[in-house]
Write a protein that binds this ligand. Structure first.
Ligand code: ZN
Length: 461
């Protein structure tokens, strides 16, 4: 059956330390090299190889539940990242930005443009510009091929094997305490050696990062501000080692150079007001106990989480009425309404906002799930079939469609949807098995059978 993402758990402090070690090792691999910029090496072959390496690690992170998959959060971090990419001419990579379910302060880039930001780091970035500065710096490491240069220099190591090893270390750190202690020792040792080589790369990534921020009209002061926050943190004992500082050493020269550069590239700095909502919602999604303080939105989310739905409703309704085109308020309000069993009211909230943002993926998916959960399968199906056309790469759409067809007692379409789902989750064998069943089924009409045959053939190629 379908695999659900497992919630992220850290078994112990020991496992946690190991995880940090490995993540920073990945970051180092990307950071370490003393080459000059090599932007010219973006041949199709190189990009393909990079993407394969990066994806192999990313997929393992995803499978192990380390990647935050909430659609609102995922879209936010990718919108932010893609805004930064706007300044790159003839961009060769499809970037993927993601939040890592880990509270340590770190960010890293994998080859091919897979850029992870730990939620611990997001917690300390006070403005969107500060977070953007970290992401811009990581994008620069990728565009300057720092990591690949470093991997290629380590000529005794097969890079593919190295990436597999790193992914394996990451996984072992989540599951096994014994294995992870070993992994940490190894990672920490390697890391010490690599960090010594990174300084030039760090300057370079700052320079390119500031340019990217400026081109995308972010406030470039965000970089210097974030340096200052990190410097303050490194002086406080409560956090111990700051992972981000170990992988991105922050000497006074680096700060001075970035400060000077920021003055030459001021950037527009329009503050995007949803950043605080993004941070509050990230807290809501990732922690069991929310503080009963902070913004009205965060307090309302805390009430919702603690099961005090009527009081949450009063606060969320007010926020929603005052900001009735804001998806963050809308989603929280509707979610709380559903938990109060006010299904039709929740539906109205989604439908009203969908009139403003027709076909919006997140709103449509939420409405579809609501209808499916409340037994209105035909209406859910109508939305699902439209989403299938607009978002053919969405696993969630096929997951819901399969469930809807199951409830409607339509086994053939259910199998077809399940087959698509398995293909998208990287399990083609399961898809082929399902297509075989469709082809053999006496309930399948000729058109469906020929579609199943075609898709099966494509998978076998
Ligand atoms: Zn760096």
């Amino acid at each position: 059956m379908f695999r659900r993402q497992q919630p992220f758990r850290i078994a112990s402090r020991c496992a946690r330390l190991a995880l940090l070690g490995v993540l920073s090792l990945l970051a180092c691999i990307v950071a370490a090299s003393s080459d000059l910029p090599s932007l010219g090496e973006n041949s199709a072959f190189n990009i393909e190889r990079e993407t394969r390496l990066g994806r192999s690690v990313y997929d393992r992170l995803l499978d192990s539940g380390l990647v935050e998959t909430d659609p609102l959060l995922d879209r936010y971090i990718n919108d932010l990242g893609y805004r930064l990419l706007a300044g790159i001419d003839n961009r060769a990579r499809e970037y993927r930005f993601f939040i890592v379910r880990d509270d340590s302060v770190n960010a890293f880039a994998l080859p091919g443009g897979f850029i992870g930001v730990n939620r611990g780091l997001i917690g300390y970035a006070q403005t969107q510009h500060q977070l953007a500065s970290v992401m811009a710096h990581e994008i620069a490491h990728v565009e300057l091929t720092h990591g690949m240069d470093m991997l290629d220099k380590a000529s005794t190591v097969n890079t593919g094997a190295l990436m597999t090893l790193l992914a394996g270390l990451l996984l072992s750190s989540v599951d096994s305490q014994v294995g992870s202690a070993v992994a940490f020792g190894g990672a920490a040792g390697a890391q010490q050696t690599m960090v010594n080589f990174t300084r030039e790369n760090e300057y370079e990534a700052d320079r390119v990062g500031i340019q990217l921020m400026s081109d995308a009209n972010f406030d470039t002061n965000g970089m210097v501000e974030f340096f200052s926050i990190m410097t303050q943190l490194s002086g406080s004992s409560e956090l111990g080692d700051i992972e981000y500082l170990r992988t991105h050493p922050l000497g006074s020269n680096r700060v001075a150079e970035a400060t000077a550069r920021v003055h030459n590239h001021p950037g527009g700095g329009d503050q995007v007001e949803n950043y605080p909502l993004f941070k509050d919602y990230l807290l809501y999604v990732s922690s069991d106990h929310l503080p009963q303080r902070g913004s009205d939105y965060l307090r309302a989310l805390a009430l919702m989480k603690s099961g005090n739905h009527p009081q949450a409703d009063r606060m969320l309704e007010k926020l929603y009425r005052e900001n009735d085109e804001n998806i963050w308020y809308c989603v929280a309000y509707a979610e709380n309404l559903e938990q109060m069993r006010r299904i039709e009211d929740a539906e109205q909230v989604y439908r009203r906002l969908l009139k403003i943002f027709p076909g919006d993926y997140i709103l449509s998916m939420r409405l579809l799930s609501l209808l499916n959960r409340s037994g209105r399968y035909q209406q859910a199906l109508q939305i699902g079939r439209r989403l299938e056309i607009d978002y053919p790469e969405s696993q969630r759409v096929y997951f819901e469609l399969s469930s809807i067809y199951g409830s409607l007692n339509q086994p053939v379409p259910k199998m077809m949807a399940e087959a698509e789902f398995h293909q998208l989750t990287g399990n083609p064998r399961q898809s082929i098995r399902l297509y075989d069943q469709v082809i053999a089924s006496d309930q399948a009409d000729p058109t469906t059978v020929s579609i199943a045959r075609e898709k099966r053939l494509l998978l076998l190629e």
